[in-house]
Ligand binder design. Structure first.
Ligand code: M6R
Length: 366
């Protein structure tokens, strides 16, 4: 049940430090600082390309992992939403591999895209939560995300456990392809193993989102901005908010702002800026200042130092101080404020958080 929580979503948000720790120790050995994949895995060492596909939040976890596979394993990644990939005329080659990400393992489009790739002779891996699912049964390799049952329609802990699993896969791919040395592997494992504690640090201040939620509640439209791995996070923030609060929200790559969406900015459109301390920080903050110069009201998610560095005369609509984290893996931590913001906004609006209108937990029809 929900225990002391008002909603399953609140419970599942809070479970993340524990379940992510469990996922990580499934795939990596903390004392040795190595990643160990299940026996029947995917041979990343000599594939020419990796295809990734999924729907909704699972797709966004896949999109984040694209950055990881490229950076850590120098592996070309093709990624598309499953409802498109299944009908595309993809020129698959034998000896390629593909990963399909799904909490339920039953999503119709993801399953169809997986079958299509398998028929083309591609080795298919399923990154799933439900290990008795159709996708798990049919895939050549199964990578359980170990999140435990997720009841809330809005995916939270499955997302971070998908990320934890995909991060381990990317490290393993990097090692298999000779781009990740044993020293680097140990460092990366250490960075990952720190994440559950950092998640707890964020959750210790979760009550701040009650107030931040009141700031979004009156909005008709909300924009989310991020660069690099924070771009898919912007998409995830917007998806989460629209799904449970019914507020129209869009995520954009911060650099794409000037190419259209900045026309939407006025004092009535809150803009959520996701800016961890990474190589993109200055650029993202300068995009935020462009928004503010046009009267936009920004809510900044950044480290204490980042918040200090981003200061201007114009006050922010709001901010939340995030812990320092390995920039590569920041999505696992920034997922929390994104989820909490959507959750509290929805609670203030009085919507049905766990069962939003028109949505099903598992989309088994096309
Ligand atoms: O079970 P799956 O992971 O395949 O589901 C995919 C999407 O339907 C799912 O992530 C959906 O977008 C969530 N409701 C998002 O919170």
């Amino acid at each position: 049940g929900k225990g002391r929580h008002r909603h399953f979503m609140a419970k599942e948000i809070e479970e993340q430090p524990e379940v992510v720790a469990h996922t990580l120790t499934t795939y990596l050995n903390p004392s040795e600082g190595t990643v160990n994949l299940p026996e029947t895995g995917i041979d990343f060492s000599n594939i020419s390309r990796l295809t990734i596909s999924a729907c909704g939040t699972a797709y966004l976890a896949g999109l984040i992992s694209k950055y990881w596979f490229e950076t850590l394993a120098r592996l070309p990644v093709e990624i598309d939403i499953a409802s498109e990939l299944r009908y595309r005329d993809v020129p698959y080659q034998k000896g390629e591999a593909a990963l399909f990400v799904s909490q339920s393992g039953e999503t119709a489009d993801t399953l169809a895209a997986m079958r299509h790739a398998a028929e083309a002779g591609v080795t298919v891996g399923a990154v799933v939560n439900v290990t008795q699912s159709t996708m798990a049964r049919e895939a050549d390799a199964v990578f359980p995300i170990k999140a435990g049952p997720e009841i809330g329609v809005a995916s939270t802990k499955a997302f971070t456990c998908q990320l934890a699993t995909l991060a381990c896969l990317a490290i393993a791919a990097g090692r298999a392809r000779g781009y990740v040395t044993p020293e680097r592997e140990a460092e990366l494992c250490e960075s990952l193993l720190k994440l559950p504690r950092l998640m707890n640090d964020v959750l210790a201040h979760a009550e701040e989102f009650d107030r931040l939620g009141t700031l979004l509640q009156p909005a008709r439209d909300v924009l989310y901005l991020g660069r690099g791995v924070s771009f898919p996070m912007a998409l995830e923030g917007a998806l989460k908010l629209k799904e449970i609060s019914y507020i129209h929200a869009e995520g954009y790559a911060a650099g794409e702002l000037k190419h259209g969406p900045i026309a939407l900015v006025d004092e009535h459109v809150p803009v959520i800026v996701i800016a961890p301390r990474d190589a993109h920080f200055e650029k993202t903050v300068s995009n935020m200042h462009e928004v503010m110069a046009r009267g936009g009201k920004c809510l900044l998610l950044a480290t204490e130092k980042g918040l200090e560095a981003a200061k201007t005369d114009e006050p922010l609509l709001g901010s939340f101080a995030m812990p320092d984290v390995d920039p590569l893996f920041s999505p696992l931590i920034y997922a929390l404020p994104i989820q909490l913001l959507a959750y509290h906004t929805a609670v203030h609006k009085g919507t049905d958080v766990d069962q939003p209108r028109n949505l099903a937990k598992s989309v088994t029809v096309e």
